[in-house]
Write a protein that binds this ligand. Structure first.
Ligand code: HEC
Length: 506
């Protein structure tokens, strides 16, 4: 009892908080030094205990946030109320101490790895450290201004500064866990405007202009190029040093010179390349890629032949019925960007990557992605020859649906493997030559509506089976060399599929 009375009676002025201040300053110095002393984050040599404590960061960090907000409210109330309550150092001690703990745990989390190269994480590390330093300093100021006569302005200034830095740091932190823009994602436009953000996109805004009003290059030509060519001919990836994503670059061309000759479509390199036979090495797009459609090419040629003016409208050009039809067939509702983006975001999922890598060791060099940014697969079993059996091929079951090109030439597979291809809806090319397949395989093939090239050379297919191939709408080439298919049947098929090149060796 007497103790308490003693404390109160002691004159406040004689208890200067030098020691507390020293500890506070040392803590601040330690926190700032921490990232410089510690080595590179990540790495397997990091003991698990670091990660164990690090994972408590998201738990602890809410303590300083709560306490500082509480103290700020307390202070606001104190400013406007006549009743002066006693000042206490306890809340500021808890607030700044928990901030220090949160920073140390956060630092351990960062050291545990996984944030390498993340600017946001680095920003947050420094934001958090600065906050904890300002918090400790505010605590020191609090310790010096406890007496009822002391002026409160310095404490209030630092308290406000702490809360300010804290908001900044916690926003960065939240962006790491929830992704940027988590808070503003659903904000009304008025608030987005206040924050200097773009208004939300109006989804339905795309008005379709009447055909005559459309600008040929912008509304028609560039979207066609975006669809078939730009994914390989743009800033990030300019094959042949040729970009096709702007008008100027399209005209400028690449290594081989001008991309287009205004007024002369047939002399324009893009047309020349696209019209080369498909098995020509220089054909564009390269083999295995989805070809530019004939009606699309027709429209591009029409525009080039009439001068390739980038600003001219459809109504200002000569419009034949053929061109009108071709334009009608275009799918112009797709905006140029969305098509390119779709290609870019078509990256293989981690899971697919893992499966393909695993299967890669089973079929070395046999299973590959069609291109770097594609999740489409190509398979060739040619190097395995007769060692590739139905049993082996069945191991590819989980990735069959991603295949666009399958070469089983001269392997040991039978109709059973071909039946496994039923889910390969995107399959464009298949080689089954010199295998033991029969008409039974054709029943599977006719369901793969994207097939463009089918090689059945040297197989046991008959008139009966081949007849069914007329149901493949995209078929361009069919190899029937050295089969039992009769000349008659081939003539009939050619009649049914006048566009298809049937290679018979006759
Ligand atoms: C899958 C990627 C890919 C796609 C899609 C593609 N190209 Fe190419 N393109 C290439 C590569 C690789 C080269 C360089 C090798 C060559 O010259 O054949 C090239 C070169 C060219 C060149 C020669 C440029 C020069 O001056 O050297 C032209 C012209 C061209 N492409 C036109 C097109 C057109 C038109 C399309 C769309 C119908 C298209 N490309 C689609 C990959 C692609």
């Amino acid at each position: 009892m007497s103790n308490e009375i003693d404390l109160d009676a002691r004159p406040v002025k004689t208890r200067k908080p030098w020691f507390l201040s020293l500890i506070g300053l040392l803590t601040m110095g330690g926190m700032i030094a921490m990232p410089f002393i510690a080595g590179e984050p990540g790495g397997d040599e990091m003991p698990d205990i670091v990660r164990y404590f690090g994972h408590f960061h998201p738990v602890i960090l809410h303590l300083p946030i709560g306490i500082f907000v509480l103290v700020l409210f307390q202070e606001l109330i104190a400013m406007f109320s006549r009743h002066k309550s006693a000042r206490s150092i306890v809340p500021m001690f808890l607030g700044s101490a928990s901030a220090v703990v949160a920073v140390i745990l956060g630092f351990l989390l960062y050291q545990g790895g996984g944030f390498e190269g993340s600017e946001l994480a680095e920003d947050h590390l420094w934001g958090g450290t600065i906050f904890a330093c300002v918090a400790v300093f505010t605590f020191i100021v609090r310790a010096w201004t406890l007496s009822p006569t002391a002026t409160q302005a310095p404490f209030r200034v630092f308290l406000l500064a702490s809360v300010g830095v804290m908001s900044y740091a916690s926003h960065d932190g939240a962006s790491i866990t929830h992704g940027k823009g988590y808070l503003t994602e659903y904000a009304p436009d008025s608030i987005r405007k206040l924050l200097g953000m773009e208004p939300k996109e109006k989804k339905e805004e795309k008005v379709v202009k009447p055909l005559e009003e459309q600008i040929v290059y912008v509304d028609i030509i560039q979207p066609i190029l975006n669809k078939s060519c730009v994914k390989c001919h743009r800033e990030e990836k300019s094959k042949g040093k040729f970009r096709m994503d702007t008008f100027e670059l399209l005209v400028k061309g690449g290594k081989e010179g001008d991309g287009i000759e205004p007024g002369n479509a047939l002399d324009s390199n893009i047309i020349f390349r696209a019209e080369l036979p498909e098995d020509d090495d220089e054909h564009m797009p390269p083999e295995g890629k989805k070809d530019i459609e004939d009606h699309e090419l027709l429209v591009v040629k029409w525009w080039i032949d009439q001068g390739a003016d980038p600003l001219i409208k459809v109504g200002e050009l000569e419009l034949t019925d053929e061109i009108r039809d071709a334009i009608g067939k275009l799918d112009l509702t797709i905006s140029p960007e969305s098509e390119v983006e779709k290609e870019e975001s078509d990256n293989p999922s981690d899971e697919l990557l893992k499966t393909v890598t695993e299967l890669g060791s089973e079929f070395p060099g046999g299973l590959t992605f069609e291109s770097q940014e594609s999740s489409n697969l190509t398979f060739t079993g040619v190097s395995l020859r007769k060692n590739l059996t139905d049993e082996n091929f069945a191991k590819l079951g989980s990735v069959i649906h991603k295949m666009v090109s399958v070469d089983l030439s001269a392997t040991g597979i039978t109709d059973r493997s071909v039946a496994l291809l039923a889910p390969a809806e995107s399959l464009r090319m298949i080689r089954l030559n010199e295998t033991g397949i029969t008409d039974a395989s054709i029943d599977t093939l006719v369901k793969l509506q994207n097939l463009e090239s089918v090689n059945l050379f040297g197989t046991k297919v008959t008139d009966e089976g081949v007849k069914k191939l007329s149901a493949l709408p995209n078929l361009k080439r069919l190899y029937l060399w050295q089969t039992d298919v009769s000349e008659e049947a081939i003539t009939d098929l050619q009649k049914a599929l006048p566009e298809v090149e049937i290679v018979t060796g006759i």
